[in-house]
Design a protein. Structure first.
Length: 426
């Protein structure tokens, strides 16, 4: 196999090194292209561009594979917990029992947020979207924990603070949005049970921890924990490359995830399925709109930049929906509509020809509804799940001795040199 590629331009041939990954992926290293040829590359949306070398997550879009530090996500969903998976992503190895216990204690020790932060919530309009609140509040954490992140020990403290306090901030925003008393984290509860308790416990009706829900939430967050260089992870890396603090970089990731083409799709899927239900289950109109080139409507929860086959996470999510709804005797008409929609789409040439399959967001909202999570908080749930991935990816770039400021080039197509015309002569 050649370990270089040749480019011939204006009669000259240039050799560029080819980099090969542990799973056989190959890339042309173009870091010397401009200096050798005067050329840059152009790749809107970066569909053909690798931004970094990473050892955290591997996806195969053709085979529908997803592995965190080499471990298939199916195995982690079956055997692991979200806390253990977060440790794996951030530290690169599965923890020993002692390491996991110490990590869990650290998460619990850092689960409270400063009382003054509750005042911030009072000033958001009640109808504020929880993603905008979360992004602002995570950024605000820096004001309460201004330590520089220069040494390992401070970085690790910031990491556990972020993992633990972001979950507390999310539950707080829900309680305050409903005008209910804020429920504090409990040190006797593990990560996921603690969140459900903060969300649903109340002085008048104590919340009974439901083991099925806790397991489902662990799996939900494991499935969302990392996903290579997606839009929000790239935002964390790009913002982090300016050497800003980790809270600000994660806040940028939360903002990037909010969009309906990215993490906001889980909320958009439920809104789409609810509309279909309202229109008497009229799926055909939705399919027609999704296929209409002149209609900007997209089938939400379908399609993916990398997966050109079934998203492995969607498979697990769909099975979990069946299992949890059956166990809890919940009959959600939106699940039947989702399955019908999937069946029609997967047998329609437009979706087959475009390699459009359900992605992680297609069924995730059904599961969140069964947990009692309000639709507007679905993307917040995605953000909490993605936190370990964002942090691991930020750490990997910060640990890279060649960590550079991200600053892409462009091809300019605006006016060439133009004279300034004084206002009275225009
Ligand atoms: C996430 O990157 C990640 O890893 C993201 C994520 C993660 O874990 O971080 O997996 C999470 O963001 C999942 C994706 C959630 N978004 C949605 O479900 C929104 C609906 N999906 C689409 O908008 C779309 O599929 C994207 C944005 C996900 C991917 O779009 P691409 O790769 O930019 O592809 P494209 O928009 O260029 O579409 C290619 C073709 C087009 O048709 P042609 O013009 O070539 O004929 O496919 C069509 C599109 O019209 N198409 C769809 C479609 N998605 C693509 N047509 C109808 N419905 C859709 N959903």
């Amino acid at each position: 196999m050649d370990n270089y590629a040749k480019i011939t331009y204006e009669g000259k041939t240039y050799k560029l090194p080819v980099v090969k990954g542990s799973e056989g992926e190959k890339a042309i290293d173009i870091s010397t292209l401009r200096q050798k040829t005067g050329l840059i590359t152009l790749d809107p949306g970066f569909a053909n561009t690798g931004s970094c070398i990473s050892s955290i997550t591997f996806m195969s879009g053709e085979k529908g594979i997803l592995r965190y530090r080499g471990i298939p996500v199916e195995e982690l969903a079956r055997h692991s917990t979200f806390t253990e998976t977060a440790y794996l992503l951030i530290n690169g190895v599965l923890p020993t029992r002692n390491e996991l216990n110490r990590f869990s204690v650290l998460l619990n020790d850092n689960s409270l947020v400063h009382e003054d932060m509750q005042i911030f919530y009072q000033n958001f309009p009640r109808a504020s979207h929880p993603m905008g609140i979360l992004s602002s509040m995570v950024n605000a954490l820096r004001s309460f924990y201004p330590e520089l992140q220069t040494v390992e020990e401070e970085i690790n403290k910031t990491v556990t603070r972020l993992l633990s306090k972001t979950r507390t901030l999310a539950a707080m925003s829900y309680k305050i949005s409903r005008g209910h008393k804020v429920i504090y984290p409990r040190t006797d509860l593990p990560y996921c049970a603690n969140f459900l308790n903060m969300m649903f416990d109340s002085p008048v009706k104590p919340y009974r921890i439901n083991r099925d829900m806790v397991k489902a939430l662990n799996v939900f967050w494991i499935l969302h924990a990392d996903h290579e260089q997606n839009c929000s992870t790239s935002a964390v890396r790009v913002v982090g490359s300016g050497r800003v603090n980790l809270y600000a970089a994660i806040s940028a990731g939360i903002a990037a995830l909010w969009g309906p083409l990215h993490g906001g799709a889980n909320q958009a899927v439920i809104e789409m399925l609810s509309d279909i239900a309202k229109n008497g289950g009229d799926i055909d109109t939705v399919i027609k709109k999704a296929k209409d080139k002149n209609d900007p409507f997209r089938l939400m929860g379908f399609g993916h930049r990398v997966y050109k086959t079934y998203d492995p996470r969607a498979k697990i999510m769909k099975k979990m929906c069946d299992k949890v709804l059956k166990k809890l005797k919940i009959n959600d008409p939106l699940l039947d509509i989702a399955k019908k929609l999937e069946e029609i789409a997967l047998n329609d040439n437009y979706f087959i020809d475009h390699n459009l399959y359900p992605n992680v967001d297609f069924y995730s909202g059904i599961l969140l509804r069964a947990m009692g999570i309000p639709t507007k908080m679905f993307t917040v749930m995605f953000a909490i799940g993605r936190l370990p991935g964002w942090i691991a990816q930020w750490k990997e770039s910060a640990d890279d001795p060649k960590w550079r400021l991200s600053r892409p080039r462009q091809i300019y197509t605006g006016p060439t040199k133009t004279k300034y015309i004084p206002i009275d002569e225009r």
